[in-house]
Write a protein that binds this ligand. Structure first.
Ligand code: SF4
Length: 400
């Protein structure tokens, strides 16, 4: 029987290398790297975080997508959602003929047009067990790029469900990774999940664990963030903590600790029977956050964070900068920097709307830069070039 499920690539690295370099390489970023992550151009000095941009999971997912196009040149090729949360990378895949499947108004993917002869790529953040099952039933080729670090979270919440613990997931309930992670508990009849976005939501849960309360009101608050039929009185008796891999690690740890303390106050010596926890922030996310903190140890005038507005890890890098009191602009792409008017389009921290700020560069001379795990190097390099042009200076053309 023909193998239709692939999750280890096709050994076509050599064939895709040239295209990947053409699509994502940056000589400016290489120059920064080679010069201790600094680059001075005229009056401006750029300092790049030491860990930035594509993580191992994204590298792998993008490689597999490119390899899939070569491996199955004659098949229709689909992608469930987005390969990663970066508009430039997704556009490159569209240009290669990859068709994107989006969620409909009912919140579900429509797989009705997919036939057994098609090939479907699953993104780095994975898909829900329901979507996976539906695609397997169709019998199409599946190229699964789910990151190993996401699979680790799945194993963790699955073990909670198997042992009768409700998975409390620190994440965004409508993020594809968290949807996929939460769905893993549904492999077990007793599987339950609850997604908390932040400490405020976690405290509501803590309060209920310790003191009880109105389960109907809490149910309404978490209506879209709980497994079907979630019973707050019964399903918070034993809880296990996990997190979306790209959350702010400090916040995730604080939430786990807050819930642990509530369990201890509620159950005393028996708390161990009611609580489990495992930090599932991935190492790439942690390293990028740590690198921003290290970058901010020396003075900066302004920081630019490059990455998709819907990229969780990019948003968290920007929030981390703001929390340290440094002016920060989260831009989606290099062309957000308008070299003619001196304005910048950006998404203010905590907002979902794009804003424009005039003369954003001002007298800034030392500019910090980093990028989320889904941002390719060429977008970082282009950003540096455009900032220089805004200031009336040019990066050495050999670098651009
Ligand atoms: S951010 Fe982490 S979990 Fe997500 S793809 Fe990258 S390495 Fe994997």
């Amino acid at each position: 029987m023909e193998n239709t499920y692939f999750r280890r690539g096709f050994g076509l690295k050599t064939e895709i290398e040239g295209q990947l370099a053409a699509d994502y390489h940056s000589t400016v970023v290489e120059a920064l790297r080679a010069n201790q992550f600094r680059l001075t151009v005229g009056p401006l000095t750029f300092r790049l975080a030491r860990e930035f941009g594509f993580c191992y999971g994204v590298d792998r997912a993008v490689d597999y997508a490119y390899e899939t196009r070569i491996k199955f040149p004659d098949r229709r090729l689909y992608l469930v959602g987005e390969i990663i949360h970066n508009p430039h990378v997704n556009q490159k895949l569209r240009d290669m003929g990859v068709r994107f499947l989006a969620r409909g108004e009912d919140g579900e993917f429509d797989f009705s047009g997919i036939v057994a002869n098609d090939a479907v790529i699953l993104p780095a953040f994975g898909v829900t067990i329901g979507d996976f099952g539906r695609l397997r039933e169709i019998g199409c080729v599946l190229v699964d790029t789910t990151c190993g670090s996401v699979l680790n979270v799945w194993k963790r919440v699955e073990s909670y469900a198997r042992d009768g613990f409700t998975a409390i997931i620190h994440g965004k309930h409508d993020h594809e990774e968290t949807k996929a992670t939460a769905s893993q508990v549904m492999k077990y009849p007793q599987g339950r999940y609850l997604v908390v976005l932040d400490m405020d939501e976690a405290r509501l849960v803590c309060d209920f664990i310790e003191h009880g309360g109105d389960p109907v009101a809490l149910g309404a608050r978490f209506a879209r963030a709980t497994s079907p039929g979630f019973d707050f009185q019964h399903d918070l008796l034993r809880v296990g903590i996990a997190n979306q891999t790209t959350m702010l690690s400090g916040e995730s740890l604080a939430i786990a600790e807050e819930i642990r303390r509530s369990i201890v106050r509620r159950y005393g010596d028996a708390a161990g029977d009611h609580f489990r926890s495992f930090d599932t922030i991935c190492s790439a996310t942690q390293e990028r956050q740590d690198a921003v903190v290290a970058l901010l140890e020396e003075p900066l005038d302004v920081m630019v964070v490059v990455g998709g507005y819907n990229s969780s890890n990019t948003c968290h890098l920007a929030a981390l900068v703001q929390s340290r009191g440094v002016p920060v602009f989260h831009i989606e792409d290099a062309d957000a920097v308008d070299t003619v008017t001196g304005a910048v389009r950006h998404q203010p921290i905590g907002s979902t709307q794009e804003a424009t700020t005039d003369r954003w560069l001002g007298d800034a001379r030392i500019i910090g830069i980093t990028a989320g795990a889904s941002t390719p190097n060429n977008k970082i390099g282009e950003t540096v070039v455009r900032i220089c042009r805004t200031a009336g200076v040019e990066v050495n053309v050999a670098l651009a």
